[in-house]
Ligand binder design. Structure first.
Ligand code: HEC
Ligand code: HEC
Length: 242
């Protein structure tokens, strides 16, 4: 077995361990602080739950000071090429932070940020992202071209984008919300999945886009960015799929 393969397996195991503890954290996040909570959290930590008792309370202010400059305080910033985090799923977010930290996804700005993160940091930031409600894109002066919207919808069904990302493209768990995501960001990243620049955590996206012409990917990015977003929908809404 090659070293790369071993490293990949070890990486996958670590990420899934992080995901499991992240989900344990998500269930307790937002629970009112009670006397004895620290003791309970300590007991939970020894069973593999997060070491940080209330990750959202701890990491909310850090998100505001370290991440909001680029991603926006509510998770919808306006810096070009920067993804919307509002309404994104904690499971998906922690996987991507992990990939950036391990150098398996690369971007000058984000790699620098993720490199310094501990596992607790990744869990904490992912827990904060999971609480950010979806925020619709700012209204445009003209409604999107209905024919191009219909074409985008057709492509999304044809290429099974809607099958994995959900009919309303809101995603769920490790499948990201792409409805309302920045068009420019998606265009670059869809091209990146196709060229191999962004390998992905699994093969899912690489194979999904391998047969799709670049101009259709661009139409899909245009369409997904304009799909109506239910304002305030919780990141991990029960309607989210797969
Ligand atoms: C200097 C600007 C900048 C800062 C600061 C920054 N980010 Fe990012 N972030 C980016 C960019 C740009 C990308 C997209 C990179 C790419 O295209 O691969 C990104 C991507 C991400 C993603 C992946 C989103 C997705 O949809 O795949 C997550 C999660 C994320 N950032 C979280 C954070 C967190 C948490 C912080 C604070 C600790 C942070 N970022 C700080 C610029 C920034
Ligand atoms: C088999 C399930 C599956 C199918 C089919 C699929 N996706 Fe994905 N998609 C995923 C997963 C899982 C990810 C997370 C990528 C990763 O890190 O592995 C993702 C990531 C993405 C991203 C990156 C989002 C971000 O925030 O960075 C975009 C954009 C995207 N998909 C669009 C599409 C489009 C457009 C199609 C149809 C051509 C499609 N997907 C088909 C599962 C799927």
């Amino acid at each position: 077995m090659s070293v790369r393969r071993v490293a990949r397996i070890a990486g996958a195991a670590l990420a899934s361990a992080l995901l499991l503890t992240a989900s344990a954290g998500a269930q307790t996040a937002g629970a009112p602080a009670k006397p004895g909570a620290a003791r309970a959290a300590k007991g939970a930590a020894s069973r593999g739950a997060p070491a940080v008792a209330d990750p959202v309370a701890t990491y909310g202010p850090r998100f505001a000071s370290l991440c909001a400059a680029c991603h926006g305080a509510n998770g919808r910033g306006n810096m070009p090429g920067t993804p919307v985090l509002a309404g994104q799923h904690g499971f998906y977010a922690i996987t991507q932070l992990f990939l950036f930290r391990e150098g398996r996804r690369s971007n000058e700005a984000m790699t620098a940020v993720a490199k310094t993160m501990t596992d607790d940091d990744m869990r904490g930031f992912a827990a904060v992202i999971d609480t950010l409600p979806a925020v619709p894109a700012p209204p445009q002066p003209t409604a999107p071209d209905p024919a191009r919207m219909a074409k985008g919808r057709e492509l999304a069904v044809q290429h099974k984008c809607a099958f994995c990302h959900g009919d309303d493209l809101s995603g769920g768990q490790q499948v990201p919300r792409i409805g309302g995501q920045s068009e420019e960001y998606m265009r670059e990243n869809l091209r990146g999945f196709k060229s191999g620049k962004r390998p992905g955590y699994t093969q899912a996206m690489g194979s999904a886009v391998s047969q799709v012409p670049v101009e259709d990917l661009d139409t899909l990015a245009w369409y997904a960015a304009r799909v109506p977003v239910a304002a305030g929908a919780a990141a991990s809404a029960p309607t989210a799929k797969r």
